[in-house]
Design a protein around this ligand. Structure first.
Ligand code: ADP
Length: 492
């Protein structure tokens, strides 16, 4: 498959030659079983489902579908490992296992990057430079905390919760697994993790890493399946904590299901981030930030900068520059190192995005799409912007999870702030300005968990992440991320 050179590049004679990453070094099994109690085991009812490459629609592998009985086996294995080896182990020893996972991930980074791009459709540049290094960095970071928890919670004694059930989405498959598993293990918990049904492969490869790192059997169990499997984890009576990242709708179901139980929970849900550009911003840099925020990742990020607010005096300039930049974006083969925008993760997701493109136009907004060609097979969406939208439009209010940007203008800081906060979500935001005072004002008053200033979509394991309002409950990452996996008792 070739990536699609864009028109502007052709016209100017600047088309890049294809630079596909090789897949020779990657081995994907025809079939993956469940990883329970340190072994790969067939599902009780014997069901499997296919996982495909969204860029080619080719089947990559078959993956086990875990039923209630399989989830029960996994929870029992996790409980046994918790009572036995893991909770009794010296904390520094626990840390060594987590360091080992981090190191093996680093050694196998290239293989993981390619599999992530094959299974999920994201450009290799993103999986190679962001997903996989950050996943390893999370394991390194939390490995370091394992024997220092007393310093994280001065004056109190942190105790593990027990068995953590963890359910993750398809947009950052390995990274989300690392976000969830690393702090859980560092705090002495054991884990049952379920990857998303469209992107299970790097989780199964991670299972191999965990086995190779020699973790005691049952400390990490990985079960594959769709919503039903997730619900079986949520409803299992012997799970002490649920950590979920995914849609707000499913987050609500989970919250309802565990209300009145002893289960602790963290929910990282949807978003509709505002990217706010003031007239005094470095415009070219801001335009690059907009592109990075919504197009480079196909908009498949809960913190994607999907609402743009531009100060009126520079709106024409910003929009024109954005359109020019959109014309240079290369949409196509996720494995090509030149590709900027990869494949949409699945057919249903593409349908959802396309339905929003129609809704936006029906609502009277003006749609502009990059003219780049897209491959014939696979799931693709051209980078798209909507102008002439109003605050109440659905493309402004609802999470689309695609490369679709709704643009509005504002005159004063207060107006920008009010518009930015007019959303049920509050996960992230971005501010672009030359003035430090404006940055402080905006970061204090935009109701979102993370605000980037003169940059966007930057992550670090030391920095907490999580939402306000309908974007979720609790924080992951950094010191705050430890709090989600411990019970604090008075110092003995
Ligand atoms: P997205 O829109 O990102 O696919 P979902 O919330 O549908 O988000 O999926 C996120 C994760 O939640 C996936 O692993 C999915 O299988 C799982 N899931 C879906 N429905 C449920 C449910 N009712 N209970 C628990 N997990 C679920």
């Amino acid at each position: 498959m070739e990536s699609q050179p864009n028109k502007l590049a052709f016209d100017s004679g600047w088309a890049y030659s294809p630079a596909p990453e090789s897949t020779d070094h990657v081995h994907i099994d025809k079939k993956y079983d469940l990883f329970i109690g340190g072994e790969f085991v067939a599902p009780v009812k014997g069901g499997y489902f296919e996982t495909i490459n969204p860029a080619t629609e080719e089947v990559l592998s078959s993956v086990a579908e875990a039923t209630d009985a399989d989830v029960d086996r996994a929870v029992k294995a996790a409980r046994k490992a918790y009572r036995g080896a893991w909770s009794k182990m010296n904390a520094a020893e626990r840390g060594k296992y987590i360091f080992r996972i981090a190191r093996i991930l680093q050694e196998r980074a290239r293989e993981f990057s390619v599999i992530e791009s094959l299974d999920g459709g994201k450009p290799i540049r993103e999986s190679r430079d962001i997903d996989i290094p950050l996943a390893a960095a999370h394991f390194f970071y939390y490995a370091g905390w394992a024997d220092k928890l007393g310093y994280a919670f001065p004056g109190r004694t942190p105790k593990a919760l027990g068995v953590a059930g963890q359910i993750i989405p398809w947009n950052f498959p390995l990274l989300m697994a690392a976000w969830k598993i690393a702090p859980a293990l560092a705090c002495g918990n054991t884990v049952v993790l379920k990857p998303a049904e469209t992107t299970p492969l790097t989780a199964m490869k991670l299972a191999e890493v965990i086995r190779d790192a020699g973790l005691p059997p049952g400390v990490v169990n990985i079960v594959t399946g769709a919503g039903k499997t997730g619900a079986a984890i949520v409803n299992h009576p012997d799970v002490d904590k649920i950590a979920f990242t995914g849609s707000t709708d499913v987050g609500r179901l989970i919250q309802r299901a565990i209300a009145g139980t002893k289960k602790k929970y963290t929910l990282e849900l949807g978003g509709k981030a505002a990217n706010i550009i003031f007239a005094d911003a470095a415009i070219d840099q801001a335009v690059e930030g907009i592109v990075n925020g919504i197009f480079f990742n196909q908009g498949h990020v809960c913190c994607a900068g999907s609402r743009l607010f531009v100060q009126e005096s520079v709106a024409d300039e910003v929009i024109q520059k954005l359109k020019d930049r959109m014309e240079t974006l290369i949409v196509g083969d996720p494995l090509d190192k030149n590709t900027d925008v990869g494949a949409i993760n699945s057919a249903p997701q593409l349908e959802k995005i396309e339905s929003y493109l129609k809704i936006g136009q029906q609502e009277g907004a003006e749609m502009y799409q990059s003219s780049c060609p897209v491959p014939k097979r696979g799931y693709w969406c051209r980078p798209t912007i909507f102008t002439g939208v109003s605050q109440s439009n659905r493309v402004v209010q609802e999470e689309i999870f695609g490369p679709v940007l709704a643009i509005q203008t504002f005159r004063t800081l207060e107006e920008g702030l009010t518009k930015a906060n007019n959303t049920p979500y509050g996960l992230s935001g971005g501010v672009w300005t030359d003035k430090g005072a404006k940055i402080f004002k905006m970061t204090q008053q935009v109701r979102a968990g993370v605000i980037w200033a003169n940059t966007f979509n930057k992550f670090d394991p030391t920095s907490p992440f999580g939402g306000y309002k309908e974007s979720g409950v609790g924080r992951e990452g950094g010191l705050h991320g430890l709090g989600a996996y411990v019970r604090l008792e008075p110092q003995s």
